[in-house]
Design a protein around this ligand. Structure first.
Ligand code: 7RM
Length: 649
């Protein structure tokens, strides 16, 4: 083992949070037995999870068929994913249990039981059949955050159709490209949805897209926004009309474990979006497993809330498939966190007595910016566990979440995974793992991770490239239509291993600390510095809520560190003091050369900071592709200020 030179490790965090006695008394996993079992025989471990957590109509003959990089899990086994998410709970007498506590942005609500969800799913499966959709056909879904999104996905699963959900915030050309790449037959959309106090129209965007998608023969439109829409005769149908006429019974046909369940497109940094392929048996096994054990789910008493949109993998795995497979009750919210006021999330937690809350660091840092008085207005004592996903969570954001949302009593599970991994891979088990703020801790039982250096040699301490050493049940099965791109993108950088672009470091206790995308690593006078560490040091300053750091070309140091900083509401700090602060936290090599203060940072629609654009701004270039940006005005404002700024410090 070596100390790697791939990425320098600058900062070591020593606060520790063992699971509390109170939490441990009723937790699902208190010791290390699961890790021991999985280490001894990872295939046997996953086979036991598949058998315990799911109902199979035909048992598998082989747990894993691994022909690197192509995996098949539970070969020969058959199951129906929608049966596992719905029927079996109803058959067990839990039909009246609420599956989805839905809250619309305007404040309207619906409580959808498992029996109702099953009924709607069967009807909609019959609707799809009547529109000519059969096994293996692709169906596009472009909806707001309403229960019909889950119904449409489950109806596809019921008949073996493949869904491809496109986030409702994407523009017509993005929707069009994804529909065409998947060659979908049917598009399911809505008139509009509610967002930030307004109705945003979806149907006109869908119309524009479908004007150049020759394969789409039918468009189904859910009424939600109430906005006027044009319906094309013969092509467009109202959801409620089709449902009223649909046969209520659609038996769940058994599907092969490797039946394609869905495509989900990721834009990535270059090239055209990739249709990530996920299949049925392995995917459902790992999402059910992680949803149960990472969130310590007690389905009779817990109220789960994942704030992601169903258009992202987090929504697929932890709004639709994981919670429903486990028979959980969950909150689903349509709108933004600051409508009508900055305390909407906390009012929802109080109202529904949410116990398990799963959100993203970008949201947490925004809540920090808005101030603690917002959560303080509400009784959050129902919460017993908090989760984080999407980006590295800086130690200070972790501490804020712990204190101001978790009341100091809730374990935090920082969960690392990707669209490609399908389910959580690295995370604490909340009743078993001592956490450290900012660390995702360890690979879950059954998952193999290893940090390596440039040459692929294992790194025991310090920074390196995060690789996965063995197949896992929810892994992507490929890129739709492009097996070579699948091999090149994920399996070629390090022989025999999966690598998808993240750096990490290991501390002396073997804890993993995610350091962001390796493309973002800066080279300052020969030091390989991760943006995450400098951002964490900035956010550790009491005045700072959020920071984005990039390396811009510099004639003397190779790259220079440029920071964009958002302050907490009402806070002030001097640029020079902040630079000194970073120097004291992690060393003078990591002091930003320039700091720009900004009310907002450029983010993708799923909330990840877009450092590539900030690099363009810092280096005075024209902006590259901005189509995945959530709010383009943020960058033009930064460009204007960069042009005005004095040119050295
Ligand atoms: C679930 C999701 C994947 C990328 C991944 C990382 C980053 C996600 C964490 C994280 C640090 C985490 N899927 N990422 N979770 N980084 N700590 N807990 O986000 O496909 O949209 O993104 O997100 O860079 O590679 S995703």
């Amino acid at each position: 083992m070596t100390e790697s030179n791939a990425i320098d490790a600058l900062q070591w965090e020593n606060r520790r949070f063992p699971p509390s006695e109170a939490f441990k008394t009723d937790t699902l996993v208190a010791g290390t037995f699961m890790y021991d079992e999985a280490d001894a025989d990872f295939e046997g471990f996953w086979a036991r999870q598949a058998a315990e957590l799911l109902d199979w109509s035909t048992p598998w003959q082989q747990v894993l068929d691994w022909d690197l990089p192509f995996a098949k899990w539970f070969v020969g086994g058959q199951l129906n994913v929608s049966y596992n998410c719905l029927d079996r709970h109803v058959l067990a007498g839990r039909g009246d249990k609420v599956a989805i506590l839905w809250e619309g942005e305007p404040g309207d609500t619906r409580a959808v039981t498992y029996a109702e969800l099953l009924d709607e799913t069967q009807r909609f499966a019959n609707v799809l059949k009547s529109l000519g959709v059969g096994k293996g056909d692709r169906v596009n879904i472009y909806l707001p955050m309403i229960p019909e999104a889950a119904i449409a996905m489950l109806a596809c699963a019921r008949i073996g159709a493949v869904h491809s959900v496109v986030f409702g915030g994407f523009a017509a050309h993005s929707l069009r490209d994804r529909i065409n790449d998947a060659e979908a037959k049917v598009l399911i959309t809505a008139d509009g949805g509610h967002r930030r106090g307004d109705v945003f129209a979806l149907k006109p965007v869908a119309d524009e897209a479908v004007a150049s998608t020759p394969g789409v023969t039918s468009v189904v439109v859910v009424r939600r926004g109430g906005n006027d829409v044009k319906m094309v005769d013969g092509r467009d149908h109202w959801y409620h009309d089709l449902m009223a006429a649909a046969d209520p019974i659609c038996p769940p046909d058994p599907m092969d474990a490797e039946q394609l369940l869905f495509l989900l497109y990721t834009s990535g940094t270059t090239g055209k979006p990739k249709g990530i392929m996920h299949t049925s048996g392995g995917y459902l096994t790992q999402v059910a497993f992680t949803h149960k054990y990472v969130f310590d789910l007690h389905p009779e008493t817990d109220i789960f809330w994942c704030t992601a949109d169903v258009g992202w993998i987090t929504g697929h795995s932890y709004i639709v498939y994981g919670p429903l497979a486990n028979g959980a009750t969950q909150v689903m919210y349509e709108g933004v966190p600051n409508y009508p006021d900055n305390d909407r999330m906390w009012s929802i937690i109080e109202k529904y007595k949410v116990t398990l809350f799963y959100t993203a660091p970008t949201a947490i840092r925004t809540f920090m910016k808005w101030g603690r008085q917002e959560p303080d207005k509400h009784d959050l004592s129902s919460l017993r566990l908090l989760g984080s996903v999407g980006e590295p969570i800086n130690p200070e954001a972790w501490m804020w979440y712990h204190e101001h949302i978790g009341g100091g009593r809730c374990p935090i599970v920082d969960t690392w995974w990707q669209t490609e991994t399908g389910a959580i891979m690295i995370s604490p088990l909340p009743g078993a793992t001592t956490t450290k703020p900012g660390s995702a801790t360890f690979a879950l039982p059954g998952i193999g991770t290893e940090l390596v250096d440039e040459e692929g040699r294992a790194v025991a301490r310090g920074g390196g490239y995060l690789t996965l050493t063995r197949p896992w049940p929810a892994m992507l099965r490929g890129i739709w239509g492009d097996p070579e791109r699948y091999r090149d993108t994920y399996w070629s950088r390090f022989e025999g291993r999966y690598f998808a672009g993240d750096g990490a470091k290991l501390d002396d206790d073997g804890y993993l600390w995610l350091l962001g995308r390796v493309d973002d690593v800066m080279n300052v006078s020969g030091h390989r510095i991760s943006t995450t560490e400098v951002e964490s040091a900035l956010v550790a300053h009491p005045a700072v809520a959020e920071a984005a750091v990039v390396g811009a070309n510099d004639p003397t140091t190779g790259q220079a560190i440029i920071a964009y900083v958002t302050l907490r509401s009402g806070a002030e700090v001097d640029e020079q003091d902040l630079r000194t602060f970073v120097g004291n936290e992690i060393g003078s090599i990591a002091k930003p050369k320039m700091i720009y203060f900004t009310p907002d940072l450029p983010k993708t629609r799923s909330g990840k900071i877009m450092r590539r654009l900030l690099r363009d701004v810092a280096e005075g270039r024209n902006l590259g592709d901005t189509s995945t940006l959530a709010d383009a005005s943020v960058v033009s404002e930064l460009q204007r200020r960069a042009a005005d700024a004095p040119h050295d410090d």
